[in-house]
Every structure is written in C-alpha cells, then in structure tokens.
Design a binder for this molecule. Structure first.
Ligand code: NAI
Length: 614
C-alpha cells in the first residue's frame, strides 16, 4: 500500500494491474460515507480523494503547486487557473498577504483561513517566520482572538466538551475524527493569559499552542487535539453577550466539576491510550496545582503555566551564571508573586540548587517570596500560606512594603510574576544595583502592560548593569553607545521539545528533572553573542533546533533512567527524532510508481515567475 497522506491510500495491486486505459468518467459513490468522493474506476482505490474534494481538503491541497499530471490524475484539472507555482512562491505571497493587514487580529484571521485551506503551507510559513508570526498565532494576538471568539468563530477546530456531557464524555471524544491523537492541550478557560475567565472562548489557546507543537517541534497536525472543557463562565460580560458561544451558565465547581475532569482523563486514555500526552493550560490557580498533583503519577501530563514557565525562567537563571561567574547557590532570590508561575519557578530553582549540592532545606532557605499579603512569613496575621507557599515562609516579622523588603533581604535575583504593573520601581532597581555588581531582574508578568518594569527602566536605573529578561517582548534599549536586546522568557522554548521527547521515548510520567533538562538545554543554546547583546535566550528563530535538542536529551535521560517504554532504544537519537517530524514541504500527490498509459493530454509551457512586489 502507498500512503500519500493520512487518508490517501493507493493499493499497489490496483496500480500494477492498471497499465490499461484510464477510465474516463468519474463515478460518484453513493449511499455511504464516501458519497461525496469521486473515484476513478480501477486506477485509484476508494480511499483516494479526488476532484474538488481534493482541493477542499487542507491536508491534501497544494493550490497551484499541483503538477499538470497531478491535476489530471486527481480530476482537478481546469478547477484552477493555468499557472503552476512552487511552494516557495506561495510562501512569499502569504508573507506579503499577512503584512497587508493593518490589524493583528486580521492577520490572525488570515492565518486561520490559510490553516483551514492548506495545512502544509500554513505550517511551513509559520515555522520559517516564527519571530514574526508567533506573536500572531500565539501571545499576544491570540488573547484578542479569544476575546472576540464569538465574533470570529467560523468553522470547527478542536473539541468542545461541556459539563452537560457528564456520563457521556467518552462518546463525545469518539466523535473526534482522528484515530491517532498523541498530544492534547486542554483548558477550562478560567484564566486565559492575563485576561481572566473567558469560558469557551479560551479555545484559541489550545489551538495556538498546538500550532506551535507542529511549527516548533514537528508534531504531525492530525496527532494534536485542542480541547475546551466548558463548565460555564463567571464572566458576567460574556454571560450577557449575545455573541458568546459557550454554555450560558455560571461555572460548575466542587465534586461535579472534579468528576467531570476525571471522566475526561479516563475517556482520553480509553480512546487514545495511556501514553497520550495531556497538557493543562490556563486553568484557574486553585485547580491548576490540584490537578497537577492529582494526575501526574497516573497520566502522562504536565501544566505549562506552572512547569513550562518554571523551566524557561530557570533556563534564564542558568544562562546568567555565565555572565556573573557565580553558581546559582551563591544567590539570594526574591520573588514578587507566589502564584502558579512564581511557585513553579521557585520549586524548579530548588531542584537546580539541589543539583549544585545544596540540601532541600538550604535551597528553600535561599528563596524569599512576597504575595499580595506581603512577605511569606510563618507568623503573618493573614496566613494564606497554603500549598507549596509554606515551604518558602520564613521566620521573619511580617512586612508588606516591597521596597523595604528589598532593602532588608538584599537579593541578587529579583523575579516578578505578580501581574503588578510597575512594582519594580526606579528606587527598587537602584537598590538592586547598589548591592549587586550585576543585578538580575526578571519581569515576567504578561501582557506588557502588566510587567513589573520595562526593559528600559531596568537598564536605565541600574546604569546598564542589569541582567534582564521579560515575559513579554521588549524592543532594544539604547544607552549611550551601547545597545541591549533583552531576551523573552517564552514558554515556547520549552513545551514543544519536552512533549516531543516525552512522546518519542514513551515516558509515562513527566517528572521535574525533565523540565530541568529542558532548562539546561536551552541555556546551553545561548551563545556568547546572545549574552553580549543582553539576552539570556537564543533567538526565537532557533526554537526548532532547541526543540530537537531538548527531545534528544530527554530521550537519553529516559533510557538511562529506564523510564522509556519505546524499544529498541534508537541508535541515533537525533535521526530518530527527525524521522518522526512532520514534513512541511509538499510531497508528490501520486505514487512514485505512477505511470500514465499515455502522456497527459494537455501540454503546457513553464511560466517564469515574476518577482512579487509587497
Ligand atoms: P497567579 O494569579 O497564580 O499569581 C499571582 C501572584 O501575584 C499571587 O501570589 C498574588 O498574591 C501576587 N500578587 C498580585 N498582586 C500583587 C501585588 N500588588 N504585590 C505582590 N504580590 C501580588 O498568576 P500566575 O499564573 O502566577 O501569573 C502571574 C503573572 O506571570 C501573569 O502576569 C502571567 O502572565 C505571568 N506569566 C508569565 C509567564 C512567562 O513569562 N513565561 C508564564 C506564565 C505566567
């Protein structure tokens, strides 16, 4: 059998036996599911999608890149203009088309339409223009797309499972048309980016993340499934919005909600198997930690807001060692914020410190945290030290004023994950510069308007000595004759590569060491040039390479620790990884052995391409 694509299968015997005449008339199969598919008599088996349906299938469609032979054999000759184009020419046209839109949301819609029309073109365009297009298909534009979801929703992408489906969740999962799903990104829409509860409109997030799975790690698109668990929304504006497309009711909570999520996890494993990777995304803080703790030993799962963020932040910390010349354990850490992101970073930092030889207690001792109620202090009157927070609570008098806390603790590393805009004031930054030769400041809160300080403020208030990174992108900063290009701690450096490594090695449970391996791998990819320019991260354009490197390192670790379940062990990890990646380039639509009984009946002269003007 020749497999041309996921749904296109041509039997060898059908071709070999067919040196005879091409059956001229197309017959339309009736009365079954292939009703709309046209098949040519004996030459091509019924699995082959022909005629206009071939052009309408985004996986098969190559637009004007179909050759004359393909057009004729597939029954699409005459359904398109005469011109033939290469994929490169098409990419150039797409690039120009995106830029013609003034508003980012319109660029997003153009790309969505391209995704729906021609999958390979969309993913090649995205993967070759990641710096330019990631902010459109993912943050920040995807946030806007979620807010306008009711308005821009056109055609289905992803699975919506509602709380009303409880008891029948597996049946809903069975409706998904793909039999080989390997990676799922799921949200209940309660905390979409920094935008709060967007209910079912949160679907843009799993869709965007999985587009990055393919563009950055080479996951095959049909192996990825975006899911929204629609349990209602507490967003009153959405509940009153006539355009809202989700369940119009308050969020279900408590046991019913938990039973629903349990049933979802069981349903996924029942349909797609125990090794299906389930990435939790943008759940509310209280549920995110709970589900991670509850499911991590039973399912192949991780939470990107907690673990992905932690990994990318620790990667920045590891890279900073090459600038300061210090070990991580030589530092004192102060966090502003003690939520999903901050606690995740603190926990992984502890692991990194332990790897440097500190005990668990010594490592936690080096980390101070401040939340909305002030310093995490054992005896503070507000309490609010539940979960992992208690590990970082110090025996210290309660204190709330952040500037005073900085003065008192004298940290060498300041990490903001509080969404408290401007909380790193000029005074605080000056203090950092007064007791550190090279102060390290991470302002990780998103979007840009929520950052604890801007890149410019960080450089100007520390005399340019700061080692800075942010959660949202900042432009270059010019100070005198020096120009800095601060890096962005983007989770996209981490999650595609981690998922790739986990799936290819068949790891059942994703432990913290795996995220630390990812941090180290990204930190090692940072060049001396990157550091000299002021960036703790490699250029975004190198993420694809980072993903493969991370996957290879995870594979090595998995076999060494005997937690891999794919055997035999691959001899060459890189080749093994690359052999499983999606090919963004067009492939022939006819089998190599295809032979026409006669040459195509219409001749054409190649037309020289004319350079496009933007
Ligand atoms: P969260 O809601 O779980 O935690 C926020 C924390 O900040 C809480 O501990 C809260 O008490 C504290 N806080 C709020 N206002 C404060 C104030 N004025 N002073 C001191 N503490 C205050 O939120 P989460 O998920 O931890 O996200 C926090 C920020 O980090 C968001 O802006 C988010 O966009 C960003 N983030 C960045 C990522 C990245 O750079 N890769 C990834 C994930 C999140």
């Amino acid at each position: 059998m020749f497999a041309l694509g996921p749904r296109v299968v041509i039997s060898r015997s059908a071709i070999a036996g067919q040196k005879a005449v091409l059956v001229e008339t197309l017959r339309v199969l009736k009365a079954d599911e292939t009703q709309k598919r046209h098949v040519t008599g004996d030459i091509i088996s019924p699995g082959q999608v022909l005629g206009i349906e071939h052009l309408r299938d985004p996986r098969l469609n190559k637009g004007l890149a179909f050759t004359l032979e393909e057009r004729q054999a597939l029954g699409i000759h005459g359904l398109q203009p005469a011109r033939f184009k290469s994929q490169e020419e098409q990419i150039e046209l797409c690039r120009i088309s995106v830029e013609r839109y003034q508003e980012d949301l319109n660029k997003y819609l153009y790309l969505t339409e391209l995704h729906d029309r021609n999958e390979k073109l969309f993913f090649r365009l995205l993967s070759e223009n990641i710096e330019r297009l990631m902010p459109i298909v993912y943050t920040p534009t995807v946030g806007l797309a979620c807010q306008k979801f009711g308005l821009i929703y056109r055609r289905p992408r992803g699975l919506f499972i509602t709380i009303n489906d409880i008891g029948h969740v597996y049946e809903v999962i069975k409706n998904w048309p793909e039999p080989n799903v390997k990676a799922i990104v799921v949200t209940d829409g309660e905390r979409i980016l920094g935008l709060g509860d967007l209910g079912a409109c949160g679907m843009g997030i799993p869709v965007g993340k999985l587009a990055l799975y393919t563009a950055l790690a080479g996951f095959k698109p049909h192996e990825c499934l975006p899911i929204v668990l629609d349990v209602g929304t507490n967003n009153q504006t959405l509940l009153e919005d006539p355009l809202y497309v989700g369940l119009r009711q308050k969020r279900t909570t408590g046991k019913l909600y938990d039973d629903f999520v349990d049933e979802f996890m069981e349903g996924i494993v029942k349909r797609y198997g125990q090794n299906t990777l389930i990435q939790f995304e943008d759940f509310g803080n209280h549920n995110a930690f709970r589900f991670l703790d509850k499911y991590r030993e039973e399912y192949c799962t991780f939470n990107d807001d907690i673990q992905g963020t932690a990994s990318v932040a620790v990667s920045g910390l590891l890279a900073s060692k090459r600038v300061t010349g210090k070990n991580l354990s030589d530092n004192k850490f102060l966090f502003l914020g003690a939520g999903e992101a901050a606690i995740g970073i603190a926990d992984l930092t502890v692991k990194a410190l332990e790897n440097e030889g500190l005990s668990l207690e010594e490592a936690r001792d080096r980390i101070w945290m401040v939340d909305i109620d002030g310093l995490l202090a054992v005896d503070r009157p507000e309490g609010n030290l539940e979960g992992h927070k208690k590990f970082y609570a110090k025996k210290h008098a309660p204190i709330k004023d952040f500037a005073a806390i900085v003065q008192e603790i004298k940290p060498s590393i300041l990490i903001g994950a509080s969404a408290a805009a401007g909380a790193f004031t000029p005074e605080i930054l000056e203090s950092m510069a007064s007791f550190n030769e090279r102060p390290i400041v991470f302002a990780l809160s998103n979007p840009t308007s929520k950052a604890e300080c801007t890149a410019e403020q960080a450089y100007f208030n520390t005399g340019g000595r700061v080692i800075f990174c942010s959660g949202s992108p900042f432009g270059k900063v010019v100070m005198g004759d020096k120009t800095y290009y601060p890096g962005q701690g983007n989770n996209a450096y981490i999650f595609p590569g981690v998922s790739l490594g986990v799936l290819l090695s068949g790891i059942h449970h994703i432990n913290e060491q795996i995220f630390l391996i990812a941090s180290e791998t990204v930190a090692e990819s940072v060049s001396e040039d990157d550091l000299a320019r002021g960036s703790l991260y490699p250029p975004l354009s190198s993420i694809k390479e980072c993903s493969v490197n991370i996957a290879c390192r995870i594979l090595e670790y998995a076999y060494q620790e005997r937690i891999a379940s794919v055997y035999p062990k691959p001899k060459d990890m890189r080749k093994y990884v690359e052999s499983h990646q999606y090919n963004y380039n067009y492939e022939p639509s006819l089998p190599q052995t295809w032979q026409w009984p006669n040459p195509p009946y219409i001749k054409t002269k190649p037309m020289e391409p004319i350079k496009l003007k933007a």
